[in-house]
Design a protein around this ligand. Sequence first.
Ligand SMILES: Cc1cc2nc3c(=O)[nH]c(=O)nc-3n(C[C@H](O)[C@H](O)[C@H](O)COP(=O)(O)OP(=O)(O)OC[C@H]3O[C@@H](n4cnc5c(N)ncnc54)[C@H](O)[C@@H]3O)c2cc1C
Length: 453
Amino acid sequence: MVHSPNDKPATTLDTSVAVVGAGMSGLIAARALHRQGIDVLVLESADRTGGRMMAETSALGSRLDLGGQWVGHGHHRFSALAAELGATVFPMRTPKRPIVVGDARTISAVSPSMLTAAAILLAWEIRAKRGAPTRWNSTTVQEWLRKVPTVEARRLLEVLVEVSTTADLDRLSMDALAKMIHYQGGLSTMLSTNGGAQESLIIEGAGTLTDKIAAELGPRVLTSSRVTSISRDDKGVVLRTPSTLIRASKAIVSAPPPVSAKIVFDPPLPAGRRRLEQDMYMGSVYKAVAVYAHPFWRATTDAEFMFLDGPGFAVFDTSPPGGPGHMCVLVGGRDARELDRLDEAGRRQAVLGPLAAAVGSAEILQPASWHEKSWHLDEHACGGYSALPSAGSTEGIFPLPSDPIDNIHWAGTETASEHAGYIEGAIESGERAAREVAEAFRRDTAAHRRSPR
Ligand SMILES: Cc1cc2nc3c(=O)[nH]c(=O)nc-3n(C[C@H](O)[C@H](O)[C@H](O)COP(=O)(O)OP(=O)(O)OC[C@H]3O[C@@H](n4cnc5c(N)ncnc54)[C@H](O)[C@@H]3O)c2cc1C
């Protein structure tokens, strides 16, 4: 193994398995190995655990999530984990239909623009099911949308794709979008409550689950420990953080490819993995939650909202049953980055202003507490909801390959065989990586027993 003679870490630690990343997938992998009596150490670059999951407490004492939160339809592992950790799952309120606001006015569901957008969505879903035409690989969503006859219909489709994928529309090919739609069971499923990706919520906050797993692992989780390099040979792996050198038999890397690309691997990773790292990027997403004494808007409106003017965004009523009112705002892709130019008060006004007008109540402008996070500015997660394939690339379509490379195993939601991109996928990938490592240890032990002394 080759180590740089400079920057010699002060401390050396030995463990059986070093896990890079204390998001859901890394923590699940570490917990599974620890429960089997395998020595494990989790190295997390941020000063907190949870990765793309993060719960906060509002001024009114309710819990809310600034990262992943919804339990989707069929997310059985996520539901089981919530039950195991004593969390309470409640169903999302199902609105009759989203209220779409453009040009500061409500757009009717039967307007020509809405009907055009609906027809295009249906056509996309049919193409996605049948297999996208080859020319879609070299056509970006932005280029394709230029054909849409009305500005309003185009903007609605833009915002819908941005909020559901967090992609930049000029970096996402129609082919990748079709594959995402097919994989997720339809764009409407990606954004819908009953039977969709947003079926239920957790009263204590989904981020509570990663907090609890990290607490179970206790001192085996080291935060503020960014892994900068991983060397490997047939005996094991050596990981370096700025302060520590960690020797292990195996490593599990749980950061998505565009983020793990910052780690120096020695010897370099095979070309296939390097292409994934180069051809993918993290989505851009801004999430905010406004908290009110009670969900007063329900007296007049029972709906989700989609706003098309300025930075387009979606708003969902995520209020816990019997608790305070929660309005959850999601802005994706370039629109999310446009908000970076404003200060906190400006961002708050940009989303609550149009919402107040749509609900017809200035009370919306005065939440008891306001919580926000721009994930693309987070230097550890680097974005969300997930890693995305660049336009023109045939790499990076979910699920990503997860074959181990020597003693390095891969976790992370992007590698999940089911529900990749979601918390469910993160759990599945962590369980699979732990299984791979435990089986490899069993094989090594059996071979060791068989070998002559
Ligand atoms: C705003 C937002 C909303 C979302 N909403 C939902 C939702 O409602 N439902 C749902 O199912 N999913 C949702 N998701 C997606 C979900 O949060 C993720 O799929 C899941 O949390 C990913 O977990 P992970 O362990 O795979 O990756 P991560 O959580 O990204 O974990 C990787 C960890 O590795 C760490 N790391 C990176 N590089 C290094 C290094 N060199 N050394 C050490 N540590 C390193 C990172 O800091 C991070 O903690 C959302 C995501 C976001 C951002």
